[in-house]
Design a protein around this ligand. Structure first.
Ligand code: ATP
Length: 435
């Protein structure tokens, strides 16, 4: 059964080295997190799984990696300087600040009843800093609040250099920054986070078709990577919820312990962004179709996901407790591509005779998979640790190995063990993992 309490995951993440509070030795830095030895591997796997589906396995998309800092012109054109704000209210009793659209009723979550709020003010979410040695006029720069603008400002560059034509997509994975008024719920909402976004440029008439296509394809990606369909839903935005650029948006939501929360938004951005950048930069941002002699500004469908939120959802969905030999065990039933390690190589004892064989196996397997080598503790405890961090397979080297050139493969989900010849190990593992 998936985790029903966020603390189950928060505690496991801290205990096993997935996620730590940032700057913890100084008391922590509010709502910031550092990804430890396991979390950094898993986060990378989430992003790689996205790139695999969105770029590697398609012939109509390319990947870019654009700058995080941008000049004001980019965000004037995109509308972020004027519009990227949340409605901020102050409680007159406890003086705390809240997002008006997130208050369930008119009572303050801190002071409860009897409080009053100030009028809502628009609070811009962008982080501003300055570039160069002089502060002030002309030195302002912004940290991107979404990766998307990198795709729009590079549209002409990519078109010229990539031989793509609409329908085609430009994808990007990278950090974005928002001065959130109410960060929280662990890594769900932080001020610094990673996005996985694609701008898919299409002939205008094909906008609705590609919007439906991406809603379906993106939903399937979460299911394919292990989230049960009943923990997911797709929700179309009401007209008063739509962003300034959107002609229609649907959110893919996950059932978090506190309720439904967005993992990804799929938006029809129309030709808003390209037209605005064309106007502000005075450059032509169009596609010229040589077969029809037609010139047009493509429409854009954007699937925009968050890597950290998605990782939290994968962890919550994978969490399970079962009873093995009268003992409760915690197991993360992660998809093999998302688990921090795919294989753990475990010599039964630390004896000199076993280590060289086990190290040799580790050396071979680690060329293909992220593997952990562990020769500490009793074997049962090592299996439990691997279960808890989601490692799908353990390879155990024991004293019989020296005689029969075979090892034991133990399966995380069933705890079944199978004897396999070392010579067949790579092919058996590839078959079990599915890659
Ligand atoms: P929300 O309504 O939760 O503030 P949003 O609709 O503003 O999110 P988008 O602008 O659509 O979010 O960004 C795309 C994705 O980026 C989101 O679906 C989410 O996964 C991720 N994301 C956005 N803001 C944050 C944040 N502060 N922390 C972590 N991930 C975020």
């Amino acid at each position: 059964m998936p985790a029903t309490d966020l603390d189950q995951i928060v505690n496991l993440c801290k205990r096993r080295g997935f996620v730590y509070p940032s700057a913890e030795i100084y008391g922590g830095f509010r709502s910031s997190y550092d990804y430890g030895p396991l979390g950094s591997l898993m986060l990378r796997n989430v992003k790689d799984a996205w790139v695999r589906a969105m770029v590697q396995e398609r012939d109509d998309t390319v990947l870019i990696d654009a700058a995080i800092l941008g000049p004001p012109q980019v965000f004037e054109a995109s509308g972020h300087l004027a519009n990227f704000s949340d409605p901020l209210v102050d409680c007159t009793v406890c003086k705390r600040r809240f997002r008006e659209d997130q208050l369930d009723d008119r009572d303050c979550p801190q002071s409860k009843k009897g409080c009053t709020f100030t009028e809502a003010r628009a609070f811009n979410l962008m982080f501003k800093t300055h570039a160069g040695p002089v502060e002030g006029e002309g030195a302002d720069v912004y940290m991107r609040p979404e990766t998307a603008q990198g795709m729009f400002v590079n549209f002409a560059n990519v078109l010229q250099t990539s031989r793509k034509k609409p329908p085609f997509g430009i994808a990007q994975v990278g950090k974005s920054f928002r001065n959130e008024i109410t960060p929280g719920n662990f890594i769900f909402r932080t001020r610094e986070f990673e996005q996985m976004e694609m701008e898919f440029f299409v002939p205008p008439a094909e906008g609705p078709k590609w919007y439906s296509y991406w809603c379906e394809a993106r939903m399937q990606w979460y299911i394919d990577h292990g989230i049960p369909a009943d923990l997911l839903r797709i929700r179309a935005h009401e007209s008063d919820e739509l962003s300034h650029y959107s002609a229609g948006t649907s959110d893919i939501e996950f059932k978090f312990p506190w309720g439904w929360g967005e993992l990804e938004g799929i938006a029809q951005r129309t030709d808003f962004d390209l037209k605005r950048h064309a106007e502000f930069s005075k450059q032509r941002l169009e596609y010229f179709d040589q077969t029809t002699n037609e010139r047009y500004v493509p429409y854009v469908v954007e699937p925009a996901a968050g890597a950290n939120r998605t990782m939290a959802a994968f962890l919550l969905a994978a969490y399970d407790e079962d009873i093995i030999n009268d003992e409760t065990r915690t197991v993360l039933r992660l998809h093999p591509r998302l688990a921090p390690y795919q294989v753990a190589v475990l010599p039964l004892s630390k004896k000199d005779t076993l280590s060289p064989v086990a190290k040799e196996i580790f050396g071979r397997l680690s060329k293909r998979y992220m593997c952990e080598y562990d020769e500490t503790q009793a074997i049962g405890r090592r299996y439990r640790r691997q279960d808890e961090i989601g490692t799908p397979l353990c390879v155990t080297v024991d004293f019989d190995t020296l005689e029969d050139q075979s090892v034991t493969i133990r399966d995380r989900d069933t705890t079944n063990q199978e004897r396999v010849a070392i010579a067949d190990l790579e092919s058996v593992i590839a078959q079990r993992l599915g890659f």
